[in-house]
Design a protein around this ligand. Structure first.
Ligand SMILES: Nc1ncnc2c1ncn2[C@@H]1O[C@H](COP(=O)(O)OP(=O)(O)OP(=O)(O)O)[C@@H](O)[C@H]1O
Length: 365
């Protein structure tokens, strides 16, 4: 049976650097074996939160529990965590093997146990052929594997990753991403992973915590975050190109409420039973590029006139940017379908997949 108790619990955590408050009264529970991604743009406080869990920063207030033990004031080495940084942080003068064994030796672990752990970690990470090399003779991807190995040999409860793939080129990044996922599937340890890369977050996470200005905006599984974003910030942060936002208002159209912008009306499928849809309310309609259909597939559906502005063919997909009244809209269609710039087309919005936000609070309706 899966153990659903918490691995890491953060209670009422606050941290300020002098007058600058980075985290304020933050609560977060991470389950045993969970892969939790802290996602947010630069400066939102995700590294600060990770460093508090690691014990590299002292919180101003609040508590941190790992496996039900209050570790708020414990040394990093006593917390049962292993940390992997963006910068690898390997000892340049030591071989890979020494880099892996050093911490264990200092802790007084018997030689044969150290050898066993290095053999296991280097087999999992496929770095056996590199053990006698020094870091300077390794590629970035290999160095990061060794850095992960150093956390692995310590046999920790919780792995903490701080943007571990940011220094690698795009191809290597996607390869190592798959390996980290595989590592989690086989080890089943709790992993907390900081990134600003939404693809890493969507592909790796069991749950994503999206942060803005030190506050968790939404904590959910990737599909929920993608399809039912809690507010306009989350909706716009996840998804590339970004969700289309149309500002307008609700209006009464012969007894049913519709969304109206620049004289165009959109029926609100899926929202029929929501009482908050008062005519006159200012709202923002959010629709992802893949939830808009173009021409052909529109038999009998509500359609809106638009003009093709720019085409961005991307191989498997074709991204087209269109002018719809005063709005610029992006639509993702199959790569084989091409449109001439200036072409007049008709768009169908899949309103069952759309999101409505209050224009003022930006919260989901
Ligand atoms: N020692 C410090 N003194 C003052 N302010 C700091 C200090 N360390 C971090 N900050 C501030 O705290 C905020 C959060 O920083 P943090 O590094 O946690 O952000 P982040 O989301 O991880 O961003 P990045 O991805 O750029 O690392 C930032 O505004 C930063 O300038």
């Amino acid at each position: 049976m899966t153990d659903l108790s918490n691995s890491v619990s953060i209670r009422d955590l606050s941290l300020s650097f002098g007058a600058v408050t980075v985290l304020q009264n933050l609560d977060l529970d991470i389950k045993n074996g969970e892969f939790l991604v802290l996602l947010g743009s630069s400066g939102c406080g995700k590294s600060t939160l990770l460093n508090c869990i690691a014990g590299l920063l002292e919180p101003t207030d609040g508590q941190i529990f790992i496996k039900d033990r209050n570790v708020t004031w414990e040394e990093p080495k006593d917390r049962g965590i292993g940390m992997v940084f963006q910068s690898y942080a390997l000892y340049p003068q030591m071989t890979v093997e020494k880099n892996l064994s050093f911490g264990l030796k200092v802790a007084g672990m018997p030689k044969d146990e150290i050898a066993k752990r290095i053999a296991r970690a280097s087999s999992i990470l496929q770095i056996e052929p590199l053990l006698q090399r020094k870091p300077a003779a390794l590629s970035g991807g290999q160095r990061q594997r060794v850095a992960i190995g150093r956390a692995l040999v310590r046999d920790v409860d919780v792995f903490l990753f701080d943007e571990p793939l940011s220094n690698l080129d795009a191809k290597l990044r996607s390869e190592l991403r798959v390996e980290i996922k595989r590592l989690h599937q086989s080890l089943k340890n709790t992993m907390i992973y900081v990134t600003h890369d939404q693809i890493e977050a969507l592909t790796l996470a069991d749950r994503i915590a999206i942060m803005k200005s030190g506050v968790i905006q939404q904590l959910d599984d990737p599909i929920t975050i993608y399809n039912r974003p809690k507010n306009k910030f989350v909706a716009g942060f996840i998804g590339s190109p970004s969700m289309n936002f149309l500002t307008g208002e609700l209006a009464d159209d012969g007894g049913r409420t519709v969304f109206r912008t620049n004289g165009t009306s959109f029926s609100l499928a899926g929202y029929e039973t929501i009482e908050a849809l008062t005519p006159g309310r200012k709202v923002v309609l959010g629709v992802r590029p893949e939830h808009i259909k173009v021409d052909g597939d529109l038999a009998g559906e509500e359609a809106h006139d638009a003009i093709v502005d720019i085409e961005e063919p991307m191989g498997a997909d074709n991204l087209i940017w269109l002018k719809l009244a005063a709005h610029t809209i992006s639509v993702r269609i199959g790569g084989a379908r091409r449109y001439a710039v200036g072409a007049k087309v008709r768009l169908g919005f899949d309103m069952t997949m759309a999101s409505l936000f209050d224009a003022e609070t930006e919260e989901r309706i």
